[in-house]
Each structure stands twice: as C-alpha cells, then as structure tokens.
Design a protein around this ligand. Structure first.
Ligand code: NAP
Length: 339
C-alpha cells in the first residue's frame, strides 16, 4: 500500500495578547491506515471559531487547552476514504471534531454521519451546526425570548450573531438591533439579514448608539462581545430584562483582565437576569433546534453568509482574520484536495 502524506496545523507556541502566524506551524505527517473499528477521513471543510483562542492559553477552562507542538482541533466535515468498521462506509460524509488537518483516522463511532443532500456541507458547521445551535439555545433557553421583545445582539454580523438576529425575528421579536465593526456589516445587517437597526460600534460610544437605535430600551441582550457593549446593554434594559452571555470576544486577546461593567447595581434595581451558557451543555435542545431551524432553513427563511478561505495551509490566517473581524457570517476553510 502506498504511504500517504498529510498536512496538519500545530500550535507552535502560546500567544500572549493577540495571536500571530508565528504561533502556528504547518507540518507534514504520514497518514496511518484505519485499524479494526476505525475509519480514515479526508477533511473537506473546517471551522475556525473564537473559542479556539481560549484553548491556546494554558490553564483550566470548560475545554482542555491545546498542547504546544500538537495539532489543533475543531469542527470539520469530511468524507470517509476507507473503513474498517460496519458503522461507516467509504464515501460517507461525516461531521467530527478533528479539523486543522487534511486526513484523520477516527474510531468509527466518533464522527456523526450527515446527509449531503439535506443541506450543503458547510451548513453542518454553521446554520445546522454549533453556531446555529448556540444562537437557538441562547435566545430560547437562556434569554427566554418572548414575542414582542426588543432584542439587541452584539457581534451581529458574525456566525452566531447573524443567526441569532434572524431567529429572534422568526420567534416574534418586535425589534432586533445589531452592532458590528464596519459600515459594510451594518448595511449587510439591515439590508440583507433583516435587522431593524444596526450600528458600527467603532463610530462612537455603544451607549449612545444603542440609545438611538432603541430609544425605548431593550428586553433581551445576546452578548457576544462583553466589555463596553455589556455595560451599555445593562443600561438600556427594561425591568426584568434578560441577558444571555454567549461570549466576550472583546476580551479574548487581553493580556490582563479587563474591568467589568460599572453599572452592575442595575442588575438589582431593574431585577435583571444574566446567565452564561456553553452550547454543549444543551443537547436536550438538539431535536427542537433541528425541527425549528432546519424547518426555517428548508423554507428559505434563513439568510446565511459565509467567508470561505481556500486551503488548509491558510487556516491560521483564516482564524486570525476572523478574530480581527474580516469575516461576514461564518468563517470556514475549504480544504483542498491533497492528491
Ligand atoms: P464570529 O462572530 O463569526 O466572528 C468573530 C467576530 O467578533 C468578528 O467577525 C468581529 O466582528 C467580532 N469582534 C472581534 N473583536 C471584537 C471586539 N473587540 N469587539 C466587538 N466585536 C469584535 O464568531 P462566532 O463563532 O459567531 O462567535 C461569536 C461569539 O459567540 C464569540 O464571543 C464566541 O466566543 C461565542 N460563542 C459562544 C458559544 C457558547 O457555547 N457560549 C458557542 C459559539 C460561539 P466585528 O467586525 O463586528 O468586530
């Protein structure tokens, strides 16, 4: 049998502050054959996500840190090349958690088989995958969004945010407001995605721009950003408002911890509820998510935008560009045919 050479991206060193391409290493490796009960998968598309920045740090969090010198991992969709298991056949398309490489040998019970005729492959890393589920869980379970609510979403032009805005509308929000980091993203939100209002948080204080976009206040805040956005949202909340803490990307590259919102007493005076969540804890919502979001997607009610970078070797740049805000919708890496 001819030996196959694969490529994997490793963590070369732990970033301090903003990561750079120096923190990554591209390595060529020999690809093994699947043993009994295993499959060999060729990855076709992989995801780069903000949580990966946290895994580049040392120390305990809700997922284990990446190891220096070892390949990174994360969501990917691939095709089974050869199988030594009855569970999967060559040609099957699978979703799994070993991205950042072109080939991977997996225990056959580890990946999830997906139907390429149901949706494009990218959808399993986006609308029908982890980011879609995050938007769904955050709004329905964590923020307990009700029809008529005014909903504010930060990081609104990204994968989770752009879906959260649409799910909020489809669930009966009376007004959905988004913030994002460029004029083009603001246009995208209001003209293509269906947000009622949007603003560029780099144009001026979030508090002032939010006041203009939601003069009567908000009921729900879906927080992807933290920091100044969170303080402004607490200030704009109606009594009994709900905040879903999904992410705080404004702080992921901070070398030192940032001070928190200065208006926390409003949590008391307005009787607010703020709750953080990790999507992986909510598998009980997998079926309602597939029913609701899968249904809306097949009815053509969900607009999804992708920023696709070509080539596995460009995955570090795709990750860095996503952290810098150069994606609209979901940032994905298409893995070229290694043959
Ligand atoms: P994304 O929004 O597609 O991409 C990240 C975006 O963050 C960038 O495009 C950039 O857009 C924005 N950003 C970067 N630095 C910023 C800053 N200082 N202030 C404001 N915005 C900034 O990523 P995603 O995958 O959808 O994730 C969005 C958030 O959800 C992240 O916080 C992530 O950690 C969180 N998340 C949480 C869970 C969970 O289980 N809790 C699951 C998935 C994702 P701009 O151009 O607008 O700045």
């Amino acid at each position: 049998m001819t030996e196959r050479t694969g490529v994997e991206i490793r963590l070369a060193s732990r970033p301090v502050g903003w990561p750079t391409s120096e923190n990554f290493e591209v390595a060529e490796v020999t690809v093994g054959e699947p043993a009994a009960g295993q499959v060999l998968v060729r990855n076709l598309v992989m995801s780069v996500d903000p949580y990966m920045r946290g895994r580049m740090n040392e120390g305990r969090s809700y997922v284990a840190p990446f190891e220096v010198g070892a390949p990174l991992d994360g969501g990917a969709v691939g095709q089974v090349v050869s199988s030594a298991s009855d569970e999967l056949q060559a040609g099957d398309i699978v979703l799994h958690d070993r991205g950042w490489r072109d080939y991977v040998v997996l225990d056959a019970n580890r990946p999830k088989k997906v139907d390429p005729d149901r949706a494009p492959l990218n959808a399993y890393l986006y609308v029908l995958g982890m980011p879609g589920m995050t938007a769904y869980v955050g709004l329905s379970e964590i923020a307990q969004q009700q029809p008529g609510d005014v909903v504010f979403i930060s990081g609104a032009a990204g994968a989770v945010g752009s879906l959260a805005g649409q799910l909020a509308k489809l669930s009966g929000a009376s007004r959905v407001i988004g913030s994002a980091g460029s004029a083009e993203k603001v246009r995208f939100l209001t003209e293509e995605v269906g947000f009622d209002a949007a603003f560029n948080y780099k144009d001026g204080p979030v508090r002032d721009q939010l006041k203009e976009a939601a003069p009567d206040g908000i009921d729900v805040y879906f927080d992807n950003v933290g920091g100044e956005h969170l303080e402004a949202a607490i200030g704009a909340m109606h009594d009994f408002g709900r905040i879903a803490c999904c992410g705080m990307i404004s702080q992921y590259n901070a070398a030192e911890p940032e001070p928190g919102p200065r208006n926390m007493f409003m949590m008391v005076s307005k009787r607010l509820r703020m709750r953080g969540f990790i999507v992986g804890d909510h598998s009980e919502l997998t079926e309602p998510f597939a029913r609701d979001v899968g249904g809306w997607l097949s009815e053509g009610k969900i607009h999804y935008e992708e920023t696709v970078v070509e080539g596995l070797r460009n995955a570090p740049e795709a990750f860095l560009n996503m952290m810098r805000g150069q994606n609209t919708g979901k940032m994905l890496v298409k893995i070229d045919d290694p043959a």
